[in-house]
Design a protein around this ligand. Structure first.
Ligand SMILES: Cc1cc2nc3c(=O)[nH]c(=O)nc-3n(C[C@H](O)[C@H](O)[C@H](O)COP(=O)(O)OP(=O)(O)OC[C@H]3O[C@@H](n4cnc5c(N)ncnc54)[C@H](O)[C@@H]3O)c2cc1C
Length: 297
């Protein structure tokens, strides 16, 4: 039996494995190699790794973990989990059964692409979710924002640090008169109607085409599609969740323990606030240390 099985070996999971490996705990990391930002050419904002391809950052982290003989990285999907503290079981897609005293869930979330031609193809290149990740590179250009409800209003003020040229795409949403008045005061134009297609060249937007036949050009489009956990393993154990504007997240305490003793969660899967590589790494390290300290004799 291992000490910890980590499900999801990206930024959060590998950060947990690093702390546990340094504490000489026996760890297995299961991973299917689909980090959320794999569509982006570069990852931004991670100290020491700014403007590097995300897969390069992960490859370097995996390489550094080979120093730790008690850490085993396995390319496999976790298919099911069961058990209780000190006696958890995980079955992989290949049918291998693994046992551990603690579990760390770090399998991330998957963004649900809308059924709009060109959207998925442009995701990560010229349709992006986060100005801290991609804003600097397109500062002072013409930004678009796909409205997804009243919380979208907060982005309007936020984006002003990067650009003064913003177009809002209502995309079928009713925008209230008071919000419209604020947008007008800020000289932000609102394009009505639903988006029918993103015209693009190799992921670079050339036009946003509307169902009405109208089109509008922007340099970059910010959008916040809903997301779902990348696996449903937490459901089988009935772990508590919280609702966020973008989807659900696992509920955790300060030590990143879920509602079930012995199961910890880190990264986007359990981060209702601001998803980022930096946050995922921090939470993963906390989960790893918490799991280790919970096993002290
Ligand atoms: C387009 C885009 C660009 C972004 N750019 C940036 C940026 O520049 N800077 C920044 O800080 N953040 C950026 N982010 C956010 C960043 O991608 C996430 O915050 C970060 O990837 C979260 O790390 P994580 O370890 O929680 O999850 P993920 O990185 O999503 O990793 C989850 C891992 O779990 C694996 N997995 C899933 N199910 C299973 C299973 N059943 N068994 C085993 N493994 C499984 C997956 O294959 C994956 O490897 C961006 C996000 C997007 C969508």
């Amino acid at each position: 039996m291992d000490d910890v099985i980590i499900i999801g070996g990206s930024f959060a999971g590998l950060a947990a494995a690093l702390q546990l490996g340094r504490a000489r705990r026996k760890v297995v990391v299961l991973d299917t190699g689909q980090p959320r930002n794999r569509f982006a050419g570069h990852s931004h904002g991670l100290l020491g790794h700014d403007h590097k391809p995300p897969l390069d950052i992960l490859a370097e982290a995996r390489q550094q973990l080979t120093r730790y003989p008690t850490v085993r990285l396995v390319n496999a999907r976790a298919d099911s989990i069961s058990g209780i503290i000190d006696n958890f079981f995980v079955v992989t897609g290949e049918g291998e059964s693994l046992g551990a005293r603690r579990l760390i869930l770090s399998y991330g979330v998957a963004d649900q692409m809308p059924d709009v031609p060109g959207f998925a193809e442009s995701w990560g290149t010229s349709i992006v979710p986060c100005p801290y990740c991609d804003g600097f590179e397109v500062a002072d250009q013409h930004w678009g924002l796909v409205w997804s409800g009243p919380p979208s209003h907060n982005y309007v003020r936020l984006y002003h640090d990067w650009t003064e040229t913003l177009t809002v795409f209502a995309d079928g949403h009713d925008i209230s008169p008071d919000i419209r008045a604020d947008l007008a005061r800020r000289n932000i134009s609102v394009v009505e109607g639903r988006i029918a297609e993103i015209a693009h060249h190799r992921g670079r937007i050339t036009n946003v085409n509307l169902e009405s036949g109208r089109n509008a050009g922007v340099d970059i489009l910010f959008a916040h599609p809903r997301n779902t956990p990348s696996a449903r393993l937490h459901e089988s154990l009935g772990l508590a969740t919280v609702n966020t504007p973008f989807g659900i997240a696992l509920k955790v305490d300060d030590r990143r323990e879920t509602s079930t003793p012995g199961i910890y969660a880190a990264g986007d899967l359990a981060n209702p606030a601001m998803a980022s590589v930096t946050t995922a790494i921090s939470q993963g390290a906390t989960a790893g240390i918490s799991a280790q300290q919970s096993m002290l004799v």
